[in-house]
Design a protein around this ligand. Sequence first.
Ligand SMILES: NC(=O)c1ccc[n+]([C@@H]2O[C@H](COP(=O)([O-])OP(=O)(O)OC[C@H]3O[C@@H](n4cnc5c(N)ncnc54)[C@H](OP(=O)(O)O)[C@@H]3O)[C@@H](O)[C@H]2O)c1
Length: 313
Amino acid sequence: MAHTLAQARAWNATLKTARPELTALFVGGTSGIGRSTAIKLAGSIAKPTIYIVGRNEKAGAQILEEMKAANNNGSYSLIPADVSDLRKVDTVCQDLKSKVKALDLLFLSTGGITFSKQETDAKIDVNHILRYYSRMRFVYNLLPTLEAANSPRVVSILAGGKEINIEEDNLDLQKEFSFSASNGYPTSMTSLAFDTLASEHPSVSFLHVFPGIVATPLMNKTIGSVLGTIVGFLAKPISISMADSGEWQTRLSTSTDFPSKQDSTDASAVGYYMLNHDGKDSTNKALMEELREKGFPAIVWKHTLATFDRICA
Ligand SMILES: NC(=O)c1ccc[n+]([C@@H]2O[C@H](COP(=O)([O-])OP(=O)(O)OC[C@H]3O[C@@H](n4cnc5c(N)ncnc54)[C@H](OP(=O)(O)O)[C@@H]3O)[C@@H](O)[C@H]2O)c1
């Protein structure tokens, strides 16, 4: 259900009593949307346990301080890692599993915008890995830890509702790489993977979120600080501040409006959601139906598992 910002803030203010404890992992928590949500969540829960993953240790240390300043009763840790390598994802997950018995929230926001292909050793564009495979590897590895929590949730910040038609022989963007494909493929693949995962793991709720245009460092990182500042200035009238994004995403990460398949009172519930930042359903029903009819949820997940085997075996 769509909320106003005031309603999102009011919901977040209830969390201190409604959810006094919560354990979360933010992959991509050292900047932007992950960072602002981690800090807002830290201040909203009475006793939060928050882990953040990213490469930038200096930024990470600063965010740990900001979370402490928001709430001194929480436990905050940085796990520095480059998660464009799926084997590093496995190491991070093993480390986390040794410390956390039940994970309430897995918040995924790694990656950025790509204009040209940059292949890793795995022969896949680095941003495609960060926005899809690496995130799904976290989900895959941490499903038992999520399932040990009472109402676990996975949130992937990308472009829910902006799926495109995809081709089975281009899932790794080897046949065609364009700006549109590099954005559209991970978007479609995330929604299709969540279709499969939500049905196989009915106690977990899966949210694929389009966060709006958020004023994060993303644009400066992509096109340089001069151009990025100009674009940021021009986009200001339509952009969401980092602080407000933290409010929106904290609400989506904790709201009871998006229950798992198992927890839903609606018999037709599927347990996964494509949403705008305000919680409005953004599902492209016709396209998702077409992709489902062509068998893409199973095709994408089978390909994902095969890619995991190829890289991590
Ligand atoms: N901002 C927007 O308006 C907007 C709109 C739609 C969709 N999105 C999507 O939302 C996601 C988050 O965007 P944002 O604006 O928050 O971006 P951001 O500020 O650049 O944050 C990206 C995060 O990803 C992490 N990251 C990047 N490469 C990594 C790697 N190899 N290993 C580990 N962590 C890595 C960064 O940490 P380190 O640098 O510390 O590694 C950082 O924490 C992106 O996928 C973006 O495409 C954003």
